[in-house]
Design a binder for this molecule. Structure first.
Ligand code: SF4
Ligand code: SF4
Length: 339
């Protein structure tokens, strides 16, 4: 998908299956409570649908597209002989009986992604992915865990997908959470419109930015994620300079054959160490999980060397990054440039 097409799609916002999304709502693919990976303390992570990148290692297949989708898990199906309710319910006749199959055959080409089959399915073999929620509903849901945030120093994290491709909703969620005294983090792939007033409002109000930086070589970046890194690198620079009080955690997924070597990792580490607001640089091993989710949504996961680095290699790279950051910090101290 082109940058333009994605951006228009996301701004129009507004696909809900093949219909329109109710005004002032965003599609949420998952609300995960008790997360310990997405910022400090115990967090509630809100996964919004839609991402401009197509990283082949992504294990959030349900967050890639900005529209609602039908998930079919045949293993959960009770079987046509015992149930078969979805065949009757489907107005498009997209679910049919097929020879030698005990479960319905889903013809995605004629499926309208309506609620009819999932509403009658007793076993959740058929479910709609993407719940339209307002900012108010999302924050109220997250607020139920407030006691855990207080005891652990946690809060809420907006993730995805890319939360800032729906900037107005992202800003509303972050501003509302701030009013309710909740710590908020935004987990971004870095591909957003830095001049959008709503993006700026979200960055003004949030407490922490988790910023993915995957590769400094733009061609390698594009070959793997379908987008070059120019906008991402520029956005990091602008956030660091225009929002100097916003702490940033850089996150680099370490992917075998893509960036699992000292040269590529240190190129990122040296680049981000120039920014005083980058307070942490995490290397995260790429996990070989989530392939089943692609099939359940009718997609094929792109082929790639899916494994992350060995534990030893990861440890080595982490040590290199720590050394690199402290060397650059020391040299800035020597020059009297560290605040
Ligand atoms: S979502 Fe289900 S009921 Fe609706 S058209 Fe698709 S298969 Fe049929
Ligand atoms: S309604 Fe659900 S459980 Fe029943 S046949 Fe359809 S998919 Fe299977």
């Amino acid at each position: 998908m082109s940058k333009r097409a994605f951006s228009d799609n996301a701004k129009a916002g507004s696909f809900h299956g093949h219909g329109l999304l109710p005004k002032d709502t965003v599609l949420v693919s998952l609300i995960q409570r008790g997360s310990v990976q997405d910022g400090p303390g115990l967090r509630t992570t809100i996964y919004l649908k839609g991402c401009p990148l197509r990283c082949p290692w992504c294990y959030n297949a349900e967050s890639l597209h900005v529209r609602q989708e039908l998930r079919f898990v045949p293993e959960f199906c009770l079987g046509i002989a015992l149930c078969g309710r979805c065949l009757e319910a489907c107005p498009s006749k997209a679910l049919v009986v097929a020879r030698e199959r005990k479960t319905p055959l889903l013809q995605r080409g004629i499926c309208d992604v309506c609620p009819s089959c999932s509403q009658v399915c007793p076993s959740q073999a058929l479910t709609l992915v993407g719940k339209a929620m307002t900012a108010q509903e999302i924050v109220t849901e997250a607020e139920r865990d407030k006691a855990f945030y207080a005891s652990s120093g946690g809060g809420i994290t907006l993730s995805g997908g890319e939360p800032l491709v729906r900037p107005a909703l992202a800003a509303s969620i972050v501003c509302l959470a701030k009013k309710r005294d909740l710590h908020t983090a935004i987990d971004t792939c870095g591909w957003f419109d830095m001049d959008d007033p709503d993006v700026r409002a979200a960055l003004t109000s949030c407490d922490l930015l988790l910023f993915d930086l995957k590769h400094m070589d733009s061609l390698r970046h594009k070959a793997c994620t379908h987008m070059d890194n120019a906008r991402i690198v520029e956005n990091l620079d602008r956030v660091a300079r225009e929002f100097p009080h916003l702490p940033i955690w850089i996150r680099t997924p370490i992917v075998r054959g893509f960036n699992d070597n000292e040269q590529d990792v240190l190129a990122i580490a040296r680049h981000v160490a120039q920014y005083p607001s980058v307070v942490r640089h995490e290397l995260l091993p790429c996990l070989d999980i989530g392939e089943d989710k692609y099939a359940q949504l009718g997609m094929t996961r792109p082929q790639f060397a899916s494994l992350g680095p060995s534990a030893k290699q990861l440890e080595r790279l982490r040590t290199q990054v720590t050394l690199c950051r402290s060397e650059i910090r020391d040299s800035r101290l020597d020059q009297g440039g560290l605040q």
